[in-house]
Design a protein around this ligand. Structure first.
Ligand SMILES: [Zn+2]
Length: 445
């Protein structure tokens, strides 16, 4: 039997226990969080060089971290600082790095990070992920079609496919739009899932072509926030409710809409989410703050007080669905702007991020920044990690890679120029970004 198939019973077991926690009261959830928090902080201090050095330098005794409010004693780790570390600093000494599953994150900042997880953590992630979808009405044998990057092709194991339990049909976002439509039609989705911008493009074509063959019962969108009017448009075209999900690629989804849509339920029994103000303390309920995550399940590569640069609002309301997981609100306007391209096409910035993940010298890219100068011309700025690949080779290989993978069948006719820099300039907004367009056209809808 394929070894990876063994993960399914584990996921189903974790899912059953995670479902029970949905209806725990606040005190019970807090006791659960604190037990796991104590364990993960102590573990990180003992086995992960990055945290050990950081906490020692700050004079922190991990045994002092007992309650949720003690979290404020721990320094916040900016994702930028994290990404500068070599894997051996971030991964527990108890694990062999080569044997861990690697999840490459693209994100929106242009600084890639490889997250290492072990098999139990992978099962946990999947269970927590499924809990939200099931809460919105997904059933085990639904045809579940996901528009995503090909790295997720392996997320469904052979056994899941055989049994048809929560088995995904993955449609690559690198396919041409016509291909995507055809593959989605063939898969007859009950559940249509994936990057919101990809779903939006699909809806646009479905509407233009008067397609009635795609009739999902539910839709989930993730990885990018799209405007409320775009969500309504999706619901109109496909005639099904759309549920938005929030998170980061390092920790997967961390908050989600239930059918009541009164906010986003946070998976706080898996990842503690704090909202931090300018003074470094937590903001009041209803106030916006920087999202800071502490994962309660990542041991092979812990994330403790990890700030990704996103902003959210802790909600003062309880959801009428009676699930105990607290609500947050997502700040509108953080949606990624779609890039206009020749022939009336548009593309999500995340497309480039995923494309970069597959570049053969990606391991040597410390940071990149794509700037669209003209409709058909994109400048790619690269900061290398080391000099193992010379500038000339790096630049010409990347240019060739981008141009040959840029959906040639759709003849975008977009040219790329690659420039190797010592430093990528920080934009005036101060917020790092991976893609910027000089053409000020915005959203699709
Ligand atoms: Zn709810």
């Amino acid at each position: 039997m394929n070894l990876s198939a063994l993960i399914l019973p584990k996921v189903l077991y974790l899912l059953a226990t995670a479902n029970r926690r949905l209806y725990w009261d606040k005190e019970k959830i807090q006791r659960y969080q604190e037990k796991h928090l104590r364990s993960v902080v102590r573990y990180a201090y003992n086995f992960v060089p990055f945290y050990h050095e950081k906490y020692r330098a700050a004079g922190i005794d991990p045994n002092d971290i007992k309650r949720i409010q003690d979290l404020s004693k721990l320094p916040i780790v900016k994702s930028d600082e994290f990404k500068k570390q070599v894997p051996s600093q971030l991964v527990s000494k108890e694990f062999e790095i080569e044997k861990l599953k690697k999840v490459s994150t693209s994100g929106s900042t242009g600084k890639p990070l490889v997250v290492h997880i072990n098999r139990s953590e992978d099962a946990w992630r999947k269970a927590i992920y499924m809990r939200a979808n099931i809460s919105c009405g997904q059933r085990p044998r639904d045809h579940w079609v996901v528009l995503t990057a090909p790295c997720h092709f392996h997320d469904t194991t052979g056994l899941q496919r055989k049994l048809g339990i929560f088995a995904q049909t993955v449609v690559s976002l690198f396919e041409s739009t016509d291909q995507k439509i055809r593959q989605v039609e063939e898969a007859r989705p009950d559940v249509l899932d994936g990057y919101s911008s990809s779903l939006l493009l699909l809806a646009k074509v479905a509407e233009q072509q008067n397609l009635t063959t795609i009739q999902p019962r539910l839709m989930f969108g993730s990885s990018e926030s799209i405007a409320p009017r775009s969500r309504r448009y999706l619901e109109k075209v496909f005639g099904a409710p759309f549920y938005d999900q929030f998170g980061c690629s390092e920790l997967d989804r961390t908050a989600w809409q239930c059918p009541r849509k009164q906010g986003y339920h946070m998976d706080v029994d898996s990842v503690i989410t704090q909202f931090i103000g300018k003074d470094g303390g937590e903001v009041a309920l209803g106030e916006p703050g920087e999202v800071v995550y502490t994962s309660l399940f990542n041991y092979s590569m812990p994330f403790i007080r990890y700030a990704i640069g996103d902003v959210g609002v802790p909600s003062e309301e309880d959801c009428s669905c009676e699930r105990g997981l607290p609500l947050m609100k997502v700040v509108e306007g953080r949606q990624d702007h779609l890039l206009p391209l020749p022939n009336n096409r548009v593309l999500s910035p995340l497309f480039f991020a995923h494309l970069m993940d597959y570049f053969k010298y990606n391991y040597n890219v410390e940071q990149y920044f794509l700037r669209q100068r003209k409709l058909d011309f994109i400048e790619v700025n690269i900061k290398k990690r080391t000099d193992v690949v010379d500038d000339q080779t790096m630049a010409s290989e990347l240019k060739y890679y981008l141009e040959s993978n840029f959906m040639p069948e759709e003849s975008y006719g977009v040219r790329f120029e690659v420039i190797i820099l010592d430093e990528i300039p920080i934009p005036k907004t101060g917020k790092l970004m991976a893609v910027f367009s000089d053409l000020k056209k915005d959203d699709l809808k």
